[in-house]
Design a protein around this ligand. Structure first.
Ligand code: SD4
Length: 337
C-alpha cells in the first residue's frame, strides 16, 4: 500500500494492518516493529535491519532502542536530562517471547541500559537490578563506565531548570503546535524538552514477539525516583500468545494500572490493539478525574496478526510504524482529551 493511501486510511481511523485482515485474507503482517515518539523512526530502522533478514524480535528491539540510547541529541540515554541533583539515571527493561524478562533501574554512567537489562535476563536468576548493584553487574559484564558528564544540551536545560528549581513533574505534554518531538531545539531553553523514553514492540518473521523500553525518566526528577519504564507489566509487557504493549508518559499513572499488562489483557479479550490502548488510557483518565488534563500517557501495541495501534490521553503523542511496504511512518496517536 502506498504511503499516501495509508495516510488517507489513517485519517479514517483504520490502520493498514487491520485492513488486510479485514479483507478476509487472514494475512498476518510480519515482521513488524513499532516504537514511541518520533525518535522511533531511527530506532525502527535499526530494528528493521534485524527483522527483514529473518532475525529475532528480541535482537531487533534491543538494537533498535540502542540507537536512541546512543544519541546525544535525545532524551533517552546518557545525553538526556538529569535528575534534580544533576545526575542522569537510566531505567530499561526487555522481554522476549517466552516470558523471559530483565530490567535495570537507577543505573548511572552506562551507555546501553537495555543491553544490561538483557544480560540480567540471560545471565542472572533475577528480573531486576538497581542502582550501584546494576552498575557493578554491568561492569562485570564488560560494559564501560562513562564519564558521567552531562551532554551540552542537557547541561543547558538543567541550568535553565536550576534557576527556578521548580519541582513540577509534567511529562510529555506538548506546549506548542509545532509538532516537534524531542529534538526541538527551542525547547532546550524552556526546560520543556520532555520526551524521555522509547518503547518498542516487534514481531519477527517467525511470529515471535518481544519488547523493550528505555528511559532517563522524568527530567529533574527526585533522586531515586523510578517510573514505569523498567517495570515489567507497567512500561512493557509481552505475551507471545496475544500481543505486546509498551507505555510512555507519566510513569506513576502507568504503574497504578499495570498499564502495558492491562493493554495485553484487553487484547486477549479480543480488542484490537488500538481499542486496547484506548481502554487503558480511559482507565487512567477515570482514576485521575479532572487532573487527567495535566498529564500525558500513551500506549502502543501489536497483536499476533500484526495489527497495531496507539492511544494517548491528549494530543501530541506519536509513534513510528515499520513493516514491509510501509517502512517507517510516523502516526499521530489518537487522544481522548
Ligand atoms: C517515566 N514513563 O519515567 C517515563 C517517562 C516517559 O517520555 O515516558 N517520558 O515515567
Amino acid at each position: 500500500m502506498q504511503r499516501r493511501k495509508f495516510l488517507q486510511l489513517g485519517s479514517l481511523g483504520v490502520s493498514a494492518a487491520s485492513l488486510v485482515s479485514f479483507r478476509g485474507k487472514q494475512t498476518v503482517i510480519k515482521p513488524i516493529v513499532i516504537s514511541t515518539w518520533d525518535a522511533g523512526i531511527a530506532a525502527n530502522k535499526a530494528a528493521w535491519q534485524v527483522l527483514r533478514t529473518g532475525g529475532r524480535a528480541l535482537d531487533a528491539v534491543e538494537q533498535g532502542v540502542m540507537v536512541t540510547e546512543a544519541s546525544q541529541n535525545c532524551c533517552v540515554g546518557l545525553g538526556a536530562n538529569p535528575d534534580r541533583d544533576g545526575f542522569v539515571t537510566l531505567d530499561a527493561c526487555i522481554m522476549d517471547e517466552n516470558f523471559n524478562c530483565g530490567s535495570v533501574a537507577f543505573l548511572e554512567r552506562i551507555k546501553h541500559p537495555i543491553s544490561v537489562a538483557r544480560r540480567v535476563m540471560e545471565k542472572t536468576p533475577h528480573v531486576m537490578l538497581v542502582g550501584s548493584g546494576a552498575q557493578q553487574f554491568a561492569l562485570a559484564e564488560g560494559f564501560t563506565l562513562e564519564d558521567g558528564k552531562l551532554s551540552a544540551d542537557a547541561q543547558k536545560s538543567y541550568d535553565t531548570w536550576l534557576k527556578k528549581s521548580d519541582y513540577k513533574p509534567i511529562i510529555n505534554i506538548e506546549r506548542t503546535e509545532s509538532g516537534h518531538g524531542p529534538f526541538a531545539p527551542e525547547k532546550l531553553d524552556t526546560g520543556e524538552w520532555n520526551h524521555d523514553t522509547i518503547g518498542m514492540v516487534a514481531m519477527d518473521a517467525n511470529g515471535n514477539l518481544s519488547g523493550s523500553c528505555t528511559t532517563s525518566g522524568q527530567g529533574f526528577k527526585m533522586r531515586g525516583r523510578l517510573g514505569d519504564s523498567p517495570i515489567i507489566g507497567a512500561g512493557l509487557f509481552v505475551d507471545n500468545e496475544v500481543g505486546a504493549a509498551t507505555a510512555t508518559g507519566q510513569g506513576e499513572d502507568v504503574i497504578r494500572i499495570c498499564g502495558s499488562h492491562s493493554v495485553v489483557e484487553f487484547m486477549r479479550q479480543g480488542l484490537h490493539p488500538e481499542a486496547a490502548c484506548k481502554k487503558a488510557v480511559e482507565r487512567i483518565i477515570k482514576i485521575k478525574g479532572a487532573k487527567a488534563k495535566d498529564i500525558q500517557v500513551g500506549f502502543i501495541a501489536i497483536n499476533k496478526q500484526g495489527e497495531y495501534g496507539g492511544y494517548c490521553i491528549q494530543k501530541g503523542f506519536n509513534y513510528a510504524v515499520c513493516y514491509e511496504g510501509n517502512e517507517n511512518l510516523l502516526v499521530d496517536g489518537k487522544y481522548v482529551i
